[in-house]
Design a protein around this ligand. Structure first.
Ligand SMILES: C[S@@+](CC[C@H](N)C(=O)[O-])C[C@H]1O[C@@H](n2cnc3c(N)ncnc32)[C@H](O)[C@@H]1O
Length: 159
C-alpha cells in the first residue's frame, strides 16, 4: 500500500518532527509512506473572506497537483466523519481489498482546505469537533495510520 500524507505548512517544532519520524520509520514495515509538505500561502492580517478563499484556493491547487487520479483521498476536516481506530483500520483494509492501493491523507493549512480539495476528496475524516494545529494533526494522523496497520495485522498494540 502506498500512503501519502500531504500537508500544508512547515513542520517547525523539533519534538513533533521526532515523533513523526519515529512513526514513519515504524510504518515502513507495513507500507510505502511518503510525506509531502507544501508551502503555505502568505496570509495577510485582517484578510477579507475573498482573500482567505484565494489563499485556500492556491494551497488547494498545490495539493491537487500532487495527487494522481487513481488515488483515494482522505481529507482531514473538522466537520468530517468521526471513526474509531478500528473503523479506520477496516476502511483502509477494504480499500486495499478493492484494489485501491494508493491513499492520500490531506491536512490543510491554518485556514483549512479549499472547496476544490474537499469536492475531490473521497472521504472527510474528523478527529474530533476540536481544532488541532496542522503540525500536531500530522503526528496524530501518522500514529493512527500506524495503529490501523497493527490492528489489521492482528498485532498487539496498546488499547
Ligand atoms: C488549524 S486547522 C484549520 C482550521 C480551519 N479554521 C478549518 O476550519 O479547517 C489545520 C488543518 O488541520 C486539520 N484539522 C485540525 N483539526 C482537525 C480535526 N479535529 N479533525 C480533522 N482534521 C483537523 C484540517 O486538515 C485543517 O485543515
Amino acid at each position: 500500500m502506498k500512503i501519502t500524507i500531504i500537508a500544508v505548512g512547515k513542520l517547525k517544532e523539533k519534538y513533533l518532527k521526532q515523533g513523526i519520524q519515529e512513526y514513519v520509520k515504524r510504518l515502513g514495515a507495513y507500507a510505502n509512506i511518503d510525506i509531502i509538505e507544501l508551502p503555505d500561502e502568505k496570509a495577510p492580517e485582517n484578510m477579507s473572506d475573498a482573500e482567505a478563499e484565494e489563499v485556500k484556493r492556491k494551497e488547494g491547487d498545490r495539493i491537487l497537483s500532487k495527487i494522481s487520479t487513481d488515488t483515494y483521498i482522505i481529507s482531514l476536516e473538522i466537520m468530517g466523519e468521526m471513526l474509531t481506530s478500528e473503523e479506520l483500520a477496516r476502511k483502509m483494509d477494504n480499500l486495499a481489498t478493492h484494489g485501491k492501493s494508493k491513499i492520500a491523507f490531506v491536512i490543510g493549512g491554518s485556514l483549512g482546505l479549499s472547496k476544490e480539495v474537499t469536492d475531490r476528496s473521497d472521504f472527510a475524516l474528523s478527529f474530533s469537533k476540536m481544532t488541532f494545529p496542522h503540525q500536531l494533526m500530522r503526528l496524530v494522523l501518522v500514529e493512527q495510520v500506524y495503529r490501523a496497520f497493527r490492528i489489521n495485522r492482528g498485532e498487539p498494540y496498546h488499547k
